[in-house]
Design a protein around this ligand. Structure first.
Ligand code: SAH
Ligand code: SF4
Ligand code: F3S
Length: 492
């Protein structure tokens, strides 16, 4: 389901236009002609798959890459043996990198059997020079490598790769450019990610993202709102506004706008039912934002507010620019204004120099805030970041032991807080038919908790009131509250 672009009127006799996105439409048409030739020769269209290996932003980038492939005429699959395989990589932790090399090993054996198969790599990991060097040396069968800043040029790069038998590599160090109006292939017809900004200026000392995603750039509010309006016209009910630090949205625009103002504008869009966003940095979370969230009917009752560590000493070394006390005051304020708000977080265990006392501070914050859920990560040393060369890297066995303790505390509290809405009737956006049990459908509450309920595929994409009957750890079993709805469900 990609927004369609009419390529039929593109003049291919002239040289490619210089301006964007017209230039990319030109190359999409060029690739489309190649695809038609392939189809005539093989009696079927070429098949393509895109794997995303990172965060929500990475996943949304993959939707754009799929949109371009779909526009060109590739048949989209989820099959690693396709004619064109693209890995959209992540490099936030070492194991993300290792996964890519593992897949490349497998692809090398496939390509030996089918030399015409094309393999491409893009995304954050490709922004690291030592990675690209390694690929050039050891994985010579890769056809195309590009980075995060020139993703919009995918059609142009693919056109070059289709004509070349050498590896095409195009990596930019940074960019101040944002190209609008490229196609996207949405994974879900009824919900979609929407980029509001790119890059990050925070340079948390452990984190590679600012180096691979470049400096902060915000999209203009009118472009964002137009995209959301178009999505809503196309059946989208829920949007997820995406940025590494949405709370600093709009600061560098010619006409500065705050994130809270953007939310207010998005709220006005008729037909849009739910607004989520990700991620909020605690240091920039304003009272204005809390107020807008509190008074909004559409902004979901969920805030992901990465803590990283509960120790002020470690937070300082992490360059997070808030203290334990400031974080606690902020979450108290949030809970006071929105008692039904679900708070989730990210925590890193084993940052260099973390002592048992520092770790106890983290456990203390977890106990006091009572997060609904938390992503817990073992600190991973990223070459090029300040923390990678800090002394006192914590031994692996100590980190693992702390990680285990944190995980059980987080899970214990998460299960207790999930119980909060037991017995209530709340709206659920139904997302899919349940994979394990097809007599059930699955969806999410505004607070992001998962609910499974009896129903058929006719409910997918609808918001229905659900009685939350039974909490099973981190999800609910519910049933449709209204009997008429129930009737409809069973007959769909
Ligand atoms: N911009 C977001 C986070 C993006 S990365 C924010 O600041 O909240 C997602 C999460 O990965 C981070 O919140 C952090 O907890 C984790 N992370 C980042 N770098 C890491 C590293 N070197 N080791 C372990 N976890 C890391
Ligand atoms: Fe990384 Fe910090 Fe930026 Fe998040 S805010 S992406 S953790 S540098
Ligand atoms: Fe990974 Fe890049 Fe996202 S490093 S977490 S895919 S911004």
């Amino acid at each position: 389901m990609y927004n369609e672009i009419n390529l039929n009127q593109i003049a291919m006799e002239t040289s490619p236009p210089a301006e964007e996105p017209a230039r990319q439409y030109y190359f999409m048409e060029k690739c489309r002609r190649w695809v038609k030739k392939f189809e005539a020769e093989n009696g079927r269209p070429p098949r393509a798959c895109v794997f995303n290996m990172g965060c929500q932003m990475n996943a949304h980038d993959s939707e754009k890459l799929r949109g371009i492939l779909g526009t060109i005429g590739y048949q989209l699959t989820e099959d690693e043996t396709s004619d064109f395989v693209l890995y959209n990589t992540c490099t936030v932790r070492e194991n993300a990198n290792l996964k890519v090399y593992g897949h490349l090993g497998y692809l090398s054996s496939l390509k030996k059997k089918r030399p015409q198969m094309m393999i491409a790599l893009c995304g954050c990991m490709m922004q690291e020079p030592q990675v690209v060097e390694r690929i050039q040396k050891k994985y010579r069968f890769v056809n195309l490598v590009f980075g995060t800043h020139n993703l919009y040029k995918f059609a142009e790069l693919l056109a070059a790769a289709l004509e070349s038998d050498r590896m095409i590599i195009d990596i930019w160090k940074d960019t101040d450019r944002i190209v609008e109006d490229l196609p996207a292939d949405r994974t879900y017809p009824f919900k979609s990610g929407v980029n509001i900004m790119f890059g990050c200026n925070n340079f948390c000392s452990y984190c590679i993202v600012p180096y691979v995603r470049g400096r902060e750039r915000s999209r203009r509010p009118q472009d964002i709102l137009r995209e959301i309006e178009n999505l809503v016209r196309d059946g989208v009910k829920e949007v997820m506004l995406l940025g590494q630090n949405v709370n600093s949205y709009g600061k560098n625009l010619e006409e500065p706008v705050t994130f809270a103002q953007l939310l207010r504008m998005a709220e006005q869009i008729e037909g849009l039912e739910r607004i989520r966003f990700m991620t909020s940095h605690p240091k920039d979370l304003s009272d204005e934002l809390i107020e807008v969230m509190r008074d909004s009917r559409k902004v979901c009752r969920h805030l992901h507010l990465p803590l990283q560590s509960g120790s002020t000493r470690i937070l300082k070394k992490m360059n997070r620019r808030y203290t334990k006390e400031q974080y606690l005051l902020l979450t108290e304020k949030l809970r006071r204004e929105m008692p039904d708000l679900s708070l989730t977080t990210d925590i890193i265990v084993g940052f260099p120099g973390e002592t048992e006392e520092d770790f106890q501070e983290t456990l203390d914050v977890v106990r006091r805030v009572r997060f609904d859920s938390a992503f817990t990560f073992i600190y991973s040393r990223r070459t090029g970041t300040p923390a990678a060369v800090m002394e006192d890297q914590v031994p692996e066995d100590v980190v693992k032991e702390r990680f285990g303790r944190l995980l059980s505390l987080v899970q214990e509290i998460g299960q207790e807080t999930s119980l909060r809405v037991q017995g209530q009737t709340l709206p659920v956006l139904v997302e899919s038919v349940n994979e394990q049990d097809p007599s059930l459908v699955s969806g999410r509450l505004s607070n992001n908790l998962m609910v499974h309920l009896p129903g058929g595929s006719g409910l997918v994409g609808q918001i229905v009131d659900v009685y939350l009957k039974e909490c099973r750890g981190f999800y609910y079993i519910g049933e449709i509250a209204d009997s008429q709805e129930k009737e409809r469900t069973w007959h769909s």
